[in-house]
Design a protein around this ligand. Sequence first.
Ligand code: AHM
Ligand code: MG
Length: 335
Amino acid sequence: MEERNKTLGEFIIENQKAFQYSSGELSRIINSIRLAAKVVNHKVNQAGLVDIIGAAGEQNIQGEDQQKLDVYANEVFIQTLINREIVCGIASEENDDFITVKGSDNCHNNKYVILMDPLDGSSNIDVNVSVGSIFSVFRRVTPIGTPVTSEDFLQPGINQVAAGYVIYGTSTMLVYTTGYGVNGFTLNPAIGTFYLSHPNMKFPENGNIYSVNEGNYVHFPQGVKNYIKYCQREEEDRPYTSRYIGSLVADFHRNMIKGGIYIYPTSSKAPKGKLRLLYECNPMAFLAEQAGGKATDGFGRIMEIQPTELHQRVPFFCGSKSMVEKAEEFMAEAN
Ligand code: AHM
Ligand code: MG
């Protein structure tokens, strides 16, 4: 008989050794994300429905004011993490500053901080396109028992102990790494359980998909323009296919499965790029490298950048290793 798929809960227990400095805390963080993901998933799936019921004026489905989904997702993730007392600090795209979590003993005794984008690509919600949640976990660097400081959050990506995303797509998946490869779990919505569906995910070494917002072409640096022309040139394995959802998690997920490159470069409109280093690019870079891919800012490794600000932006080139390296060649040449 074929072995049935493991649940995420079973996988976490069996792979306890994959959690660095294991004391069960990191497992509990992943468990909290699993729970928050299910709650957000439920709400995302109702996005259109709430409007319909609301418009009919019959009832408010939740008995509460309708909130913007990114604000709702932010509250769900933060409350889930705070209630379970497993992190000492939280930084979110939705909050200007980081949140200090004392714990019920008021002692700041937890050792991890989490940085997250609770609902990335949320402008896609209204048009029924996939969105995602992204998270990145670090051990704090300040002493346990003291309040967290910005130092705990402004760590280079190489210090990450876990990272992952939830994609709310045609199915909902939780994909994460603790530094021992990347595993993907698909939610069975009928029973609310995540099953291991994509063990040991790997970027193909090469690919034929390029994902970039070409509407901004005229504003791009010359190296990116040249690389795009390279992708479009008629050769044995080219032109490549262009696929851009405008939802980082969904573009990354497709490229990891099929082979491709995602680029959000600097432009004259966005001189530092658009995406945020700490809770968008670092976690995706950790996943990419763990899956055999590559993530750079066009010149150097994303995970080696020393952050200086919580909401710092950075140009992002991420995907199949050979493709990212080719794009880097064009960047270096044009520099
Ligand atoms: P957001 O955090 O405001 O949702 O912005 C991030 C999103 C990414 O998911 C996506 O890849 C990118 O912005 C798309 O930007 P653009 O519309 O400029 O192409
Ligand atoms: Mg975002």
